[in-house]
Design a protein around this ligand. Structure first.
Ligand code: GZL
Length: 337
């Protein structure tokens, strides 16, 4: 209803009724509900992404750009958060001021969202939270779509449990290096809590080093180099995404440390990028726990249901797999990221 009213105003506004040259210099007009040649009114969706961090992030962004197209009836306003939480919040206020129909946010960190979510709710703009989560009362947003990060962390540690048992090493002292993602990010919190829910079951397991690598390959390499330079002995490297693992591998390569199947260093990471699956097949990486970035469709379905006035679930989990040498070859060719 709001959009059709806007459209009417848009037609009136742009047909010369009330449009004057000097208005060009005033505050830009609110975003008009654009229309296709067919007269179809587009749904204006503002999407605020975290920023470039990883290959996972690129695949996630591309999925949104390929889902919310004009041909499918959307006017997508894409905003790169540039890895800056404050920039993301400001972008949300800007989208509210533009009176978009929907806002989708992938929050870099969970805190700092309460006020702007309240503002969107007051203005009647549904907010969908995608991928990571926010510390906001769930009544202030339409729904959250994404991965069960806690389960991902548990699955990674359960694989380690099974592997060690299979090798007869369940009683052995196991020293773990953990490269965490971004401090305050849901993916980091969930995976770490999930990992520790299993690690804490084993008094003979010890986390000998734990550093934030912000999900980037460069920082993964940097923090791993620092750990290696401290001459800390370890048996397992767990990285909370594939790109940090690639960085850690580069750091170990520099010091002639061998890792993966048939060596003393067990390697475990998350995301299941195509490049990671190739490393699993080669044996360098022993496990990558899938974190599916192709979730734009979940947000689109929520919007289409809301457009029809349907009630939607608050939480929408995406399906995911644990990739090991046993099951990876089957999936490698079909992967979209
Ligand atoms: C997880 C996502 C994480 C990925 C990283 O859903 O938030 O951020 O695991 C990405 O690769 O950068």
């Amino acid at each position: 209803m709001k959009r059709f009213l806007l459209w009417g105003l848009a037609v009136l506004f742009l047909s010369g009724c009330g449009y004057r040259e000097e208005q060009k210099n005033e505050k830009p007009p609110i975003v008009r509900a654009e229309t296709l040649d067919t007269g179809t009114v587009l749904i204006t969706v503002g999407f605020i992404q975290t920023g470039k961090e990883s290959d996972w992030r690129d695949a996630n962004t591309n999925d949104f750009l390929q889902t919310f197209t004009r041909e499918k009836g959307y006017n997508l306003i894409y905003i790169d958060g540039n890895s800056d939480p404050e920039r993301q919040v400001k972008a949300a206020y800007d989208l509210i001021a533009q009176n978009v129909d929907y806002i989708i946010i992938d929050p870099i960190v969970e805190d700092g969202w309460e006020d702007v979510f309240m503002e969107a709710k007051e203005k009647g703009i549904p907010v969908i939270v995608s991928d990571r989560q926010v510390n906001v009362n769930a009544s202030h947003y339409a729904c959250w779509v994404g991965s069960d990060f806690y389960k991902e962390g548990q699955n990674a540690a359960k694989w380690l449990e099974d592997y060690l048992e299979e090798k007869g090493r369940e009683k052995e002292e196991i020293k773990i290096v953990l490269l965490e993602g971004t401090d305050g990010a849901t993916a980091t919190r969930g995976r770490t809590e999930g990992l520790y829910s299993v690690i804490d079951r084993h008094p003979n397991w010890k986390v000998v080093a734990k550093e934030f690598g912000n999900f980037t390959q460069g920082e993964g390499a940097q923090v791993m180099e620092g750990i290696l330079n401290q001459k800390i002995a370890f048996d397992v490297v767990i990285a909370e995404n594939d790109n940090m693992m690639f960085g850690a591998m580069n750091a170990m390569d520099q010091q002639g440390i061998v890792y993966g199947n048939g060596t003393d260093i067990i390697t475990i990471s998350f995301d299941a990028l195509h490049e990671a699956l190739a490393k699993v097949i080669k044996g360098e990486l022993m496990v990558t726990v899938e974190c599916n970035p192709l979730i734009a469709g979940l947000s689109e379905k929520a919007i289409l249901d809301l457009e029809k006035g349907r009630r939607i679930e608050k939480v929408h989990f995406v399906q995911e797999t644990v990739f090991t040498q046993e099951n990876t070859v089957l999936h490698l060719m079909e992967r979209k990221y």
